[in-house]
Ligand binder design. Structure first.
Ligand code: T3D
Length: 263
């Protein structure tokens, strides 16, 4: 597929997806969603890929839904926003949640609305210190979608999630780090190097274990302790048969660095 609204490249096991409508702060259009789906499908099926990095072109990460995109409305007089969410945003977040590789959001600038939710749907969020996180939804009479009502309270607790969602104040990256919304805020000039190093590290790690960690962590809030212990046992059983477990133990015993393959 030829991409017009994103850039997508793969190198050394790292897939980089750049939202690329910088003049509109990389806001989502129907065309961009189509391209995102294609890129995520490539990541899911190309076993050479071991990590996905998502970032934005220009000064923003993503300003959420393009509020001027006619393609995103279903029906002309009364747009069915629920249908837009079901057709575009729901599949996007489920694809990320079920992706077979770890994901990193490199938040280079403002992440607003569904753009903020997109970042929070990634396993690790690294932001430039000048970046901000904005639950823009209440300003236009909507609720945090694209998983926002799920990710926000899990990451920062109910009091902060409610404050962010209702008041729609911009949260600076350093405060987002202090609140546990994101993993790390770094100097703007350090963002690319920090993310490149992290991505290279993740690409050498036992991929299946990282993804099982994501799935188990996110399942926990809806499980009893016993259910969670059962889930952990199931993942441990599956991972214990894998090459990467054998390699990890062998490397430990032979006092050498492991060479994980993601299998
Ligand atoms: O179908 C559905 O609606 C369902 C899905 C909903 C999910 C959602 O994401 S709802 C939330 C949508 N997003 C927003 O409400 C955010 C709107 N944008 C802003 O609040 C601000 O732009 C920012 C806080 C993100 C950044 O502010 P600032 O001052 O740095 O930039 P700016 O001047 O406002 O924007 C620069 C340009 O980008 C400007 O275009 P222009 O005037 O230079 O031609 C602006 O219109 C454009 N832009 C920014 N955000 C959007 C956008 N254009 C379309 N849609 C946007 N979301």
């Amino acid at each position: 597929m030829t991409y017009q609204n994103i850039r997508f490249d793969v190198q050394d096991g790292v897939a980089r997806l750049t939202l690329s409508r910088p003049d509109k702060l990389n806001s989502f259009t129907g065309a961009m969603h189509t391209e995102l789906r294609a890129a995520l499908d490539t990541v899911q099926h190309n076993t050479a890929i071991r990590v996905l990095v998502i970032t934005g072109a220009g000064r923003a990460f993503c300003a959420g839904q393009d509020l001027a995109d006619p393609e995103m409305t279903v029906g002309h007089l009364q747009p069915d926003i629920g249908a837009v969410v079901e057709q575009h945003y729901r599949p996007l977040i489920l694809a990320l949640q079920n992706l077979r590789v770890p994901t990193v959001a490199a938040v280079n600038g403002v992440a607003a609305g569904a753009g903020c939710s997109l970042a929070l749907a990634c396993d690790l969020v690294i932001a430039a210190k000048s970046a901000t996180f904005l639950q823009a939804f209440s300003k236009i009479g909507l609720i945090p979608d694209t998983g926002g009502t799920w990710f926000l309270p899990q990451r920062v607790g109910m009091a902060r999630a409610m404050g962010l969602a209702m008041l729609a104040d911009k949260l600076p990256a350093e405060k987002a780090e202090a609140w546990g919304l994101i993993w790390q805020a770094v100097d703007d000039a350090e963002l690319t190097a920090t993310v490149d190093k992290l991505a290279a590290q993740l690409a050498q790690m036992p991929t299946r274990a990282l993804v099982a960690t994501r799935l188990a962590m996110h399942a926990a809030p809806n499980h009893t302790l016993e259910q969670q212990l059962n889930m952990e046992a199931g993942f441990m059983r599956e991972l214990g048969w894998r090459d990467d477990f054998k390699e990890g133990v062998a490397a430990f015993q032979q006092k050498r660095a492991p060479k994980f393959t993601g299998n």
